[in-house]
Design a protein around this ligand. Structure first.
Ligand SMILES: *Cc1c(COP(=O)(O)O)cnc(C)c1O
Length: 369
């Protein structure tokens, strides 16, 4: 079956005798001992979470998936599952929340080298005998840098390290890292999976149910950073429309990127769908669409970028992305002083409003800049 069909029908497990079309929400935290399915306690497993996990695994072409209470909890579970004293190679523009997890929570536990993932020689040079994990994020947040997953997978294989890919920006609609050589895929389900800016969640998907995956499951169950049955229900509901939402986000992002790339008050546009993007060729070779996030640098500095954001009426000035509504943010202001993000960079999560309305709003906001 095709993605669209799987998204609607997979993971929908109905055991209720009334035969509802949609799986009901199982709110009970506990289950009678000796029941048919072996359900025990919701932290260990819950029917709605199992359905969500099955759905995510199928869409991401993995053998299994584990759902977490946030994207950061999912990413952190990978670091927790590693043996203490592991060496990790991660991108120098890694999503700042996971960069914080690595540098603040695992300081003294693991050792990490941050590199420019588009520089394959730098990745190779960073490998150490105890390198256990290579982490990639492509396209990256918020610089939209593209990493060649196949090439980094070769390096990881040689180093006998796990390759994990944060696939939040692409989603399995546009990119399946497990088919390109990655071992683990990570998602912030808060973004496109939820799609309506009202659910916090995360997920990991594995190519194989191996020993490392057993450790991840242990972290999930014993660490306990699991999503509620309610959140799992809403996520499976939202994911039924993921393919169609992503098509819309991708089309709209391309229209905005083209508009911005010829705008006299814009210095630079970062969108892998543009031929001028340094990672365009690689992106075209590993993605079937370029996603819904566009970053651009306003001429001038932080003050000009802030003013533009203030002038906009339709774009919400907020953090996060992936919702049906357009969201805009001057990213460096959120990431803090040690970020690589330029101070005049604005990240746009392009929503599903009509693009005529979005462009009209941008026109009027630029006009008073
Ligand atoms: C948001 C985000 C995360 C973290 O997810 P949360 O759900 O906010 O914890 C990780 N990676 C990327 C690329 C993100 O955009």
């Amino acid at each position: 079956m095709k993605f669209e069909t799987l998204a609607i029908h997979k993971g929908n497990q109905v055991t209720d005798k009334n035969q509802p079309v949609v799986q009901p929400i199982t709110l009970s935290t506990t289950f009678i001992h000796g029941n048919e399915t072996g359900a025990l306690y919701t932290r260990a497993a819950n029917p709605n979470r199992s359905s969500l996990e099955e759905l995510i695994a199928v869409l991401e072409r993995g053998e299994d998936a584990a759902a977490f209470s946030s994207g950061n909890a999912a990413g952190t579970a990978v670091f927790q599952a590693l043996e203490a004293g592991s060496h990790i190679i991660a991108p120098n523009d890694m999503y700042h929340g996971l960069h914080n997890s690595m540098t603040m929570l695992f300081k003294g536990v693991h050792e990490v080298t941050f590199v420019d993932m588009s520089d394959l020689d730098a990745v190779k040079a960073a490998v150490q005998p105890n390198t256990q994990l290579i982490w990639v994020e492509t396209p990256s947040n918020p610089l939209l840098k593209v990493t060649d997953i196949r090439k980094v997978a070769e390096i990881a294989k040689e180093a006998e390290a796990i390759l994990a890919c944060d696939n939040t920006f692409a989603t399995p609609v546009f990119q399946n890292p497990l088919l390109l050589g990655a071992d683990i895929v990570m998602h912030s389900s808060t973004k496109y999976f939820g799609g309506h800016s009202d659910i916090l969640g995360g997920a990991l998907v594995t190519k194989e149910k191996n020993d490392f995956w057993g450790r991840v499951r242990l972290v999930q169950k014993v660490g306990g950073a699991v999503p509620s049955a309610m959140d799992c229900y809403w996520l499976t509901r939202s994911m039924r429309t993921l393919a169609y939402r992503m098509k819309g986000h991708g089309e709209h992002a391309m229209i905005l990127a083209e508009y911005l790339s010829v705008h006299p008050k814009v210095d630079k546009v970062h969108y892998p769908g543009l031929k001028s993007h340094p990672g365009h060729e690689i992106a075209a070779g590993q993605m079937t669409g370029f996603g819904g996030v566009v970053s651009f640098e306003v001429k001038g500095g932080a003050a000009e970028a802030d003013l533009l954001i203030q002038n906009l009426k339709l774009f919400a000035n907020a953090t996060s992305l992936g919702g049906v509504e357009s969201i805009i943010e001057r990213r460096a202001a959120v990431e803090g002083p040690d970020t690589l993000t330029p101070p005049n960079l604005i990240r746009v999560s392009v929503g599903l409003e009509h693009t005529d309305d979005l462009l009209e709003d941008l026109d009027q906001a630029f006009a008073i800049l």
